[in-house]
Design a protein around this ligand. Structure first.
Ligand SMILES: Cc1cc2nc3c(=O)[nH]c(=O)nc-3n(C[C@H](O)[C@H](O)[C@H](O)COP(=O)(O)OP(=O)(O)OC[C@H]3O[C@@H](n4cnc5c(N)ncnc54)[C@H](O)[C@@H]3O)c2cc1C
Length: 310
């Protein structure tokens, strides 16, 4: 892992830096490249723009991590219930994407499960889905366990898995009988080499192998893969697999973050490939933003440029 990436990921965990950066106007300006605004209304407007630009659909995430009370988890759950209603009322092909720590995972697995079930039941009644984000490695076991339990009763739930983790091939095989909806990503957290591949080349290869596996053939009917990467080379290799195997567009989609690799997003749309864009919003954007900078340290240049654009 590069020194810059390590520093940025360490910075994502610093409360001192967070408090200062969130009040600094030029940092706030540079964030707008990846986040259309802090409010749900702004995020929904961005979803409509994505639709106008012929993206298949969107995902909505309110940023926020590690709560300190179940009352906060209740507030987050109520917020997402409202998000699902607003999406359904506006007719958008959009789903909610949530972090289980925001639903109270650190405070009690049972309470978290109840909150997740409420969201999934509500989403199903509105013909929408709930996607579960994957957080740092200590959360992988409880996250998969809760996904398993909720998926047993409803198919309106999907799970994010990270290709950088050594354990992910085994996790995928164990989930296969559920005909799961999986979003495969590389992984955005600072992890020890004992749990995650430190070399990008190894992560890329594992991503390709796992995505190829999840594109079939021979999978339980209903299995679905969201290919969550902006890596043009991987996208190209997987498009070749999709074409060669004749994978139906109902079995997969590409998924990218708002504002990242826009030319690649447009190319996929021109190719007629299904593409969903994740739109983040909310006031608690600092750790998320630092992870975006760590994914491409050249982005730090945009922060510097924003400083001079006063
Ligand atoms: C839809 C979606 C959902 C995600 N959900 C999760 C999750 O739940 N848990 C989790 O751990 N991670 C999640 N991620 C983040 C993911 O783990 C990676 O950190 C992120 O996607 C960067 O890796 P990459 O696959 O794009 O490839 P990289 O190899 O990192 O990048 C490939 C190319 O894409 C471009 N690029 C990548 N990132 C940026 C950026 N920030 N700014 C500008 N250009 C960039 C660069 O040109 C780079 O060369 C999600 C990503 C997506 C797309």
């Amino acid at each position: 892992m590069s020194i810059m990436r390590s520093l940025l990921l360490a910075g994502a965990e610093s409360a001192w830096l967070r408090d200062r950066a969130m009040r600094t106007p030029f940092v706030r300006r540079s964030v707008s490249r990846f986040m259309p605004g802090e409010t749900l209304d702004e995020a929904l407007r961005a979803c409509r723009r994505q639709r106008d630009e012929r993206r298949t659909g969107t995902l909505l995430t309110r940023l926020g991590e590690n709560l300190s009370s179940l009352a906060e988890a209740e507030e987050v759950t109520a917020h997402y219930l409202d998000v699902i209603d607003r999406i359904a009322e506006s007719g958008l092909d959009a789903h909610a994407s949530v972090k289980l720590t925001q639903l109270g995972l650190d405070l009690g697995v049972d309470a978290c499960e109840q909150n997740l079930r409420r969201l999934v039941t509500h989403a199903e009644s509105r013909s929408r889905m709930v996607w579960i984000d994957m957080e740092s490695s200590k959360y992988v076991d409880p996250t998969i366990e809760l996904f398993h339990r909720v998926r047993a009763r409803s198919s309106a739930v999907g799970l994010c898995l990270q290709a950088y983790l050594r354990r992910t091939p085994a996790d995928i095989e164990a989930l296969m009988p559920l005909a799961p909806f999986i979003r495969l990503v590389k992984g955005a957290y600072r992890e020890d080499a004992s749990v995650a591949f430190p070399r990008k080349a190894d992560v890329d290869e594992q991503f390709f192998r796992l995505a190829s596996r999840l594109l079939g053939p021979g999978l339980p009917a209903g299995t679905f893969l969201a290919v969550g990467t902006h890596d043009a080379q991987l996208v190209g290799r997987l498009q070749a697999v999709i074409a060669e195997r004749g994978v139906a567009p109902s079995s997969y989609e590409f998924a990218m973050l708002y504002g990242i690799q826009r030319p690649l997003q447009s190319r996929l749309v021109e190719d007629g490939a299904p593409l969903r864009v994740l739109v983040s919003y909310g006031e608690y954007w600092f750790p998320w933003y630092m992870r975006r900078l760590a994914e491409r340290p050249a982005n730090v240049l945009f922060v510097v440029k924003s400083f001079f654009e006063r």
